[in-house]
Design a protein around this ligand. Sequence first.
Ligand code: DC
Length: 231
Amino acid sequence: MQKITIAIDGFSSTGKSTVAKQLAKHLGYIYVDTGAMYRAVTLFTMRNGYISKEDFNVNGLVEKLGAINITFKFNKDLGFAEVYLNGENIEREIRTLEVSSFVSKVAAIPEVRYQLVKQQQQMGKDKGVVMDGRDIGTVVFPYAELKLFMIASAEKRATRRYNELIERGDDVKYEDVLRNVQERDYIDSHREDSPLRKADDAIEIDNSDLSLKEQFEKVLQLVNMTFKNLK
Ligand code: DC
C-alpha cells in the first residue's frame, strides 16, 4: 500500500504524541516526536550553562550546535523510540518542568530550527511517518497527505501534564504547570520563525471532551479517508 506522511501539530499537552504513537503502531509507520528534539537541544543548552532564568547566551549555543547529535532508538518494551543526546538516553530527563520552562526560548532560535527541520525532513523522506510538533504541517512537511491540528483547553492540558509529572514522582504544583503551558502557548505561537499555527488544510480536533478511544477512532476515520482519496 502507498505510504503517506501524517503531520500532527498543536499546542503543548494536547495529546499529540499519544495519538501519533497509536497511529504509527497501527500503520507500522515511524513515529517522530520533534518536541523531544527541541527538548534535547534545551538539555544540552542547560548543561553547558548557556541558559538560566536570568540569561540566555544564544551565540554560545549556536556556536556549539555542531556538537549536538540527536538520535532515536526504538525501545521494544515501551513500544516507541526513545531520544538520545550524543549517545545518552535522555528520554526521562527532557520531560521535567525545568526543561519545559526553557524549551520554547531555545526553539525560537532560527539556527536551532534550521538544523532540526533538516534532520526531520531527512527522517521522513520515504514517507510512512507520523510526526508531531508545532510546524510539521506548515514547514517540515507542507505537502503531507494528512494534517491534524489538536486543541484542548489550557486547564485540561495542564491537568493532564500535572498528572503525568506526579505519576512519575516529580514534585510540581498545578499552578506552575498551568503557567508553563500558557507561557509556551504564547511563545510558540508568537515567535518569528515558524510560529505555531494551523495549516490551511489541517483538520482541527478538539479533544477536551474526547476519550482516548473516541479520539483514535475519529483520527483513524480521517486516515482511511485519506487513503481512499489517494486512489
Ligand atoms: O511537544 P513538546 O511539548 O514536547 O515540545 C516542546 C517544545 O518544543 C514546545 O513548547 C515548542 C517546541 N517545538 C517546536 O517549536 N517545534 C516543534 N516541531 C516541536 C516542538
